[in-house]
Design a protein around this ligand. Structure first.
Ligand SMILES: *[C@@H]1O[C@H](CO)[C@@H](O)[C@H](O)[C@H]1NC(C)=O
Ligand SMILES: *[C@@H]1O[C@H](CO)[C@@H](O)[C@H](O)[C@H]1NC(C)=O
Ligand SMILES: *[C@@H]1O[C@H](CO)[C@@H](O)[C@H](O)[C@H]1NC(C)=O
Ligand SMILES: *[C@@H]1O[C@H](CO)[C@@H](O)[C@H](O)[C@H]1NC(C)=O
Ligand SMILES: *[C@@H]1O[C@H](CO)[C@@H](O)[C@H](O)[C@H]1NC(C)=O
Ligand SMILES: *[C@@H]1O[C@H](CO)[C@@H](O)[C@H](O)[C@H]1NC(C)=O
Ligand SMILES: *[C@@H]1O[C@H](CO)[C@@H](O)[C@H](O)[C@H]1NC(C)=O
Length: 489
């Protein structure tokens, strides 16, 4: 009995040992996590995994202390997401290899001096959607470590977002510790005018490549504003109060992308030789694009001119620039063209030299006049668009003349419809028939009436009106000048 019990126990024990050993190997952490990590405040509140600390929307109301940050060292965090919390004050963060720090949507009002001093590997700092004000956001917030070459830089910093805060103006030295910044987002701040100090702040960023100033209530772009950032490639000044294309844009010699959407721009022609992408949508005052207006854009590839409800005319030569000899025209090689939802009644075939070279095109939802001037759209453009995307022309619909209203250009193409011409006086062909009939009836009625009147007049019926009949006239004539007498003189 004893022997069997012992062997049974041994068997059970070995099973337990084996299974617990199995569990031990499977439970062993895959990364070299610090066992003490779970004890620190940060990973209790957030999700710590790999090199990411995810504290998104955890109702955190107090910023972590320096000690708590320092306890995180074993994790070697490179991405820390603290967005969507209730932190009002940012304080100093420990020496950590963080590259991306997200402090978006935290109601932040104040950033203590040199809070990011020890984040020497930080490239991206998102401070968007907070409550930073011009008065309280100090240049010292971005102070780095002492460096013999530069003034206490945060040397790795490339992307900074201050979008959607309450900045009326920027401190002129705000970026003095961020000398290598390439991307800056100031969108959604009530700047209204770019004052002198703001201009100095932006001018202190020589490496800037991307600048976003959407919805900043700007009424103008001052001179010299874009003079220093010589490498600027992308500029978004949409949803402002600009009434003309800013002259200052010509200072940006390397601009590739320009967004002017939602500005009440009436006119102006940007001359940006390298520009590849232009957005001019939702511009409520744009009525026409005149000859040569876009001719300065020699390298344009993507043109977005949509949702301009008053845009009624685009000159056939809007993109064409006279060549060097002045004998013919050159066009940019446009690859994408978006002209949907404007008020265009026609699109001239000469606007582009080769429609079949477009990679993407949308001209739908315009009140097209379907006559001989737009026949090319039915014959040429519809097949080009349909070849890229079936049914993409579904919203290319005739609005005029009245008997064509509602037909899609695709349908007209399917039935090989040849459309008549509306003459240059604006007469519509469908009215010509009615006019002809009217004229005919007029003539038919006029002849008998005239004959009757002639007869009555001949017989002197209009004497009471002071009109003599032809009888009196001929009598007087014969009395005064007999033909034979005058001949003899
Ligand atoms: C081994 O892990 C499983 C779940 O993964 C668990 O159900 C089981 O109790 C563990 N066994 C031991 C001996 O820890
Ligand atoms: C941390 O705690 C979780 C559960 O809260 C546990 O599964 C994990 O093994 C712990 N990690 C370390 C390194 O202690
Ligand atoms: C935030 O900092 C300001 C200025 O240092 C201080 O007056 C305020 O009490 C701090 N608020 C919190 C919640 O710590
Ligand atoms: C920061 O978080 C917000 C919201 O969670 C997100 O929209 C934004 O893209 C993040 N920023 C960065 C730089 O990842
Ligand atoms: C921040 O630093 C500046 C300059 O060193 C100093 O004048 C200012 O008092 C400091 N602010 C705080 C809140 O410590
Ligand atoms: C659209 O164009 C037509 C003429 O083609 C014009 O009568 C109308 O007023 C324009 N609509 C707007 C909103 O400008
Ligand atoms: C295009 O429209 C036709 C009829 O409206 C439909 O039968 C066809 O499936 C559509 N094709 C695509 C790719 O959506």
């Amino acid at each position: 009995m004893d022997g069997r019990l012992i062997s049974w126990l041994a068997c059970v024990l070995s099973v337990i040992v084996v299974s617990s050993a199995e569990n031990a190997t499977t439970v062993a952490p895959p990364t070299t996590l610090n066992p003490a990590l779970n004890e620190t405040g940060i990973c209790r509140k957030c999700n710590c995994q790999d090199n990411k600390v995810d504290c998104f929307d955890q109702s955190i109301s107090e910023f972590f202390s320096l000690q708590e940050w320092n306890d995180l060292k074993g994790l070697k965090p490179t991405v820390v997401d603290l967005s969507e919390n209730l932190i009002t004050n940012v304080t100093v963060i420990g020496d950590l290899p963080i590259q991306v720090l997200n402090l978006s949507r935290c109601s932040i009002e104040f950033i203590e001096n040199a809070s990011f001093r020890d984040l020497q590997e930080m490239t991206t700092l998102d401070l968007s959607h907070n409550k930073l004000t011009s008065d309280r956001l100090s240049p010292h917030a971005f102070e780095g470590r002492f460096s013999p070459e530069e003034y206490e830089p945060l040397a790795a910093m490339r992307k900074l977002s201050l979008a959607h805060n309450e900045l009326h103006s920027l401190h002129q030295d705000l970026f003095e510790h961020l000398p290598e910044l390439t991307e800056l987002d100031l969108s959604g701040n009530p700047l209204a005018t770019i004052d002198h100090v703001t201009l100095i702040a932006i001018s202190s960023l020589p490496m800037l490549k991307v600048l976003r100033m959407r919805s900043c209530q700007l009424t103008e772009i001052p001179d010299k504003f874009l003079h220093t950032p010589r490498y600027l490639e992308r500029l978004d000044i949409s949803d402002n109060q600009l009434t003309a294309v800013p002259q200052e844009l010509e200072e940006t010699k390397n601009l590739l992308y320009l967004n002017l959407n939602q500005n009440p721009i009436v006119n102006g022609s940007p001359r940006l030789r390298k520009l590849q992408e232009l957005h001019m949508c939702n511009m409520r005052e744009l009525r026409s694009i005149e000859s040569g207006a876009l001719a300065g854009l020699e390298n344009l590839q993507r043109l977005h001119v949509s949702f301009n409800h008053k845009l009624t005319f685009i000159d056939p030569r809007a993109l064409a620039r006279p060549d060097d000899i002045g004998e013919t025209y050159d066009w940019p090689t446009v690859k994408e063209l978006y002209l949907q939802s404007n008020n265009l009644s026609e699109l001239d075939a000469r606007f582009l030299p080769r429609w079949d070279l477009l990679e993407a095109v949308d001209v739908s939802n315009n009140p097209f006049l379907c006559d001989c001037s737009t026949q090319w759209m039915v014959d040429v453009l519809v097949p080009v668009i349909e070849a890229k995307h079936a049914n993409a022309t579904a919203n290319m619909v005739c609005n005029e003349p009245i008997e064509m209203r509602g037909y899609t250009m695709k349908h007209l193409n399917d039935i090989h419809r040849t459309m008549r011409c509306v003459d240059k006086y604006g007469h519509r062909p469908e009215k010509d028939g009615a006019m002809l009939l009217g004229t005919l009836i007029g003539v038919l009625l006029a002849v008998p009436i005239m004959l009757t009147l002639m007869l009555l007049w001949r017989h002197g019926y209009f004497g009471w009106l002071g009109l003599r009949g032809p009888v009196d006239v001929s009598r007087a004539f014969y009395k005064r000048a007999p033909a034979d007498e005058s001949f003899n003189i």
